[in-house]
Design a protein around this ligand. Structure first.
Ligand SMILES: C[S@@+](CC[C@H](N)C(=O)[O-])C[C@H]1O[C@@H](n2cnc3c(N)ncnc32)[C@H](O)[C@@H]1O
Length: 642
């Protein structure tokens, strides 16, 4: 899963930046991911059951020094099967020591990924049982030792896509204990191999399905030969419909567990909006690789082998994504959720890394981003271009893959163009951005609304201006704020770029098909007054104090950690007509929305009748699927002043 949404995630991720010092086009911050969005290699789907794998695409199954990970997607007769497991380094069980040293149960940080998993484990084991264990204050002893294989029945899916299961063997039930295992579905019986014990649960590798859930699982849907091993995707064996409904469930549970709101305050979560593309959608991937070990470099030096002499990919060099649940790199030649242009470029980039395999002092990450060709200058100098229509048509259709983090990326979202540095944040699934931004617009301007039509927009955590600019035809005044100075510069130049393009009749003609149908407040020639400011989100309120609050909408789109309390306090004080909270982490969104509604209640209770500003209703909740085949869900919450 992975952008790093951000994908990974970003995420949605534990990221450890690590800067390299070698080849400039691949010198990007290096991230170790525990999970990433959608990163895997490709095989073509066979129409019926199993997936055909061309001979050339069979994974290399290799064991190095006894500790490497072996493909969990074992192939027999050129078919991909969800069977077999990863082989991890042998860890001798330390049973006797652990028995005598019972540790206190330490609870995870609220709303962290560990906490989200823990809440799901509690649900499976029974909250009472867990509370009792916590009260007694001891770490229960795992019934399993590392490396032990166990047959489990899956009870539920965690929001991260891992299954929460319990042993099918009653002798293990004396201790309340869950097993967390990937690639498994509710109701299934799975063979799993424990590799780590933690707070009232063991983490295990998937070994094989003993009894599938026939209503959910169909392994013939799997399009990637690395599925079951790569940490990127979790749901390729599911129908798309099932993926969307699982993602809706994640939102339902997140609001139950993390908002602190009563049932009456939370609306029925609407069905998740799917991505128009379910494969080949991802516009950014960041595969990585390790450098040769010092001893290997020394050996080659002693043997007088030139560092440029690399005939074929060395056995130790894997270029790809992390093996699920590990920091080991899986060699991946193709990622079926990435766009075709990215996959084409991946071959070239891999070859370049292989040629320079012995020149890297450290591991590094590659960056591959799908972009409209930024070498086509925009706006064009219409006086010198002979065929403006053709020129613009090329500019809006010719895709390239950018591999330098310093280069500029160009993307089209409906009738708007966005340019931003390759290293900056931008949503990683272009195909869903028109539905997403249209949805936000429709939430702001619901049909049949009697209240004053909003005229002012505050785009907080605005990045390079996605919401501010796509919503610009509908507002008189817009103000955006963002921490990254680079992104703010992009947002400012994107306003200018789009204004210049709008002045070209051929451009308007070209993009009219993708333009929105509802009537804008401002005409395209007039344009709203848009200002962007760099800073932390709560700083925006000093600049928008003159905005009429009953005609103002705030869009909130924070990173995974959500908003800080100060920001929420300022929103409560300002109290605009509506809030649209877009989030890549529904758990922090639920926490923030709950906190906001409680703060509003408190403020209303404390003040005099004349000072009351009104309460919000959480009007709607809906997921958007920005990352098909992965467990990730984007959640949009709409709050309106009653
Ligand atoms: C999920 S992205 C959304 C960006 C933009 N709305 C979009 O969709 O392209 C979150 C953005 O918040 C920015 N950010 C992180 N912390 C922030 C803060 N405290 N105040 C303002 N912006 C912040 C990040 O740089 C990032 O661009």
């Amino acid at each position: 899963m992975l952008a790093t949404r951000r994908v990974f995630s970003s995420s949605h991720h534990h990221l450890r930046p690590w800067l390299t010092t070698v080849n400039p086009t691949i010198l990007v911050p290096r991230f170790h991911r525990m999970s990433a969005h959608g990163q895997a290699g490709q095989v073509r789907t066979a129409p019926d059951s199993e997936v055909e794998v061309p001979e050339s695409k069979k994974p290399r199954v290799e064991v190095k020094g006894g500790d490497s990970i072996v493909s969990s997607t074992i192939q027999r007769n050129n078919k991909v099967h969800m069977q077999a497991t990863n082989q991890r380094p042998k860890v001798e069980p330390k049973k006797s020591r652990r028995k005598s040293k019972l540790k206190k149960i330490e609870l995870p940080e609220p709303c962290s990924p560990e906490d989200v998993l823990w809440q799901e484990i509690k649900l499976v084991l029974g909250a009472n049982v867990v509370e009792k264990a916590i009260e007694e204050g001891v770490q229960l002893e795992s019934p399993f030792s590392p490396q032990e294989e166990v047959e489990v029945v899956v009870k539920s899916l965690s929001p991260g896509g891992d299954a929460i299961a319990i042993s099918t063997n009653e002798k293990h039930h004396k201790t309340p204990w869950a097993i967390v295992v990937p690639f498994s579905l509710p109701g299934e019986i799975i063979r799993a191999k424990v590799y780590r014990n933690a707070r009232m649960h063991s983490v295990a590798d998937f070994v094989k399905v003993i009894q599938p859930n026939p209503e959910l699982r169909d392994d013939s849907r799997i399009q990637c030969r690395y599925f079951g091993k790569c940490g990127g995707c979790q749901y390729q064996m599911l129908s798309y419909e099932s993926q969307l409904s699982l993602k809706r469930e994640v939102i339902v549970k997140a609001y139950q567990k993390f908002s602190g709101l009563g049932q009456m305050s939370v609306p029925t979560v609407l069905p998740t909006i799917g991505s128009p593309l379910q494969y080949g959608y991802r516009t950014k991937i960041t595969p990585h690789f390790e450098a040769a070990s010092k001893s290997l470099l020394k050996k080659r030096q002693q043997a007088n082998i030139d560092k440029d002499e690399v005939k074929e990919q060395p056995d130790w060099l894997n270029i790809g994504f992390n093996v699920v649940g590990t920091r080991k790199v899986l060699d991946i030649e193709e990622c079926p959720i990435a766009t075709p242009i990215i996959n084409e470029a991946l071959t070239t980039e891999r070859a370049r890394v292989i040629r320079s395999a012995y020149t890297f002092k450290r591991g590094a990450s590659l960056i591959l981003r799908d972009s409209l060709d930024p070498s086509i200058t925009l706006p064009p100098d219409v006086t010198s271009v002979s065929d403006v229509d053709q020129y613009l048509s090329d500019a809006l259709s010719k895709h390239v893959c950018i591999t330098s983090h310093k280069a500029s990326i160009r993307e089209k979202v409906g009738g708007f163009l966005f340019e931003y540095p390759a290293s900056s944040f931008f949503q990683n699934n272009n195909s869903v951005l028109v539905p997403l931004t249209d949805y936000v617009k429709e939430a702001i301007f619901p049909s049949g609304a009697e209240k004053p039509r909003p005229t002012h927009l505050v785009d907080t955590y605005c990045g390079s201006g996605l919401f501010a600019i796509t919503l610009s035809p509908y507002f008189k005044t817009i103000s955006g704020i963002e921490l990254s100075v680079e992104s703010i510069r992009s947002a400012q130049s994107n306003v200018k770029l789009n204004n210049s393009l709008r002045a070209i009749p051929s451009y308007n003609k070209l993009i009219s098909s993708s333009s929105s149908t509802s009537s804008p407040v401002t005409s395209s020639t007039e344009g709203p007054d848009i200002t962007f400011k760099s800073g932390t989100a709560s700083d925006i309120f000093s600049s928008v104090s003159s905005f009429p609050r009953h005609e103002t909408v705030i869009v909130i789109d924070p990173p995974r950690k959500g908003c800080d309390e100060e920001f929420i306090r300022q929103v409560v004080q300002f109290r605009p007509a509506a809030l649209v909270y877009v989030s890549c982490n529904v758990h922090t969104q639920a926490r923030d929305v709950g906190m906001l509604l409680r703060m509003v209640d408190e403020a209303e209770e404390k003040c005099d009748e004349t000072e009351k500003r009104g309460r919000y209703r959480l009007e709607s909740l809906r997921g958007f699927d920005l990352f098909p085949q992965t467990a990730h869900v984007e959640s949009v919450a709409v709050l309106r002043l009653i």
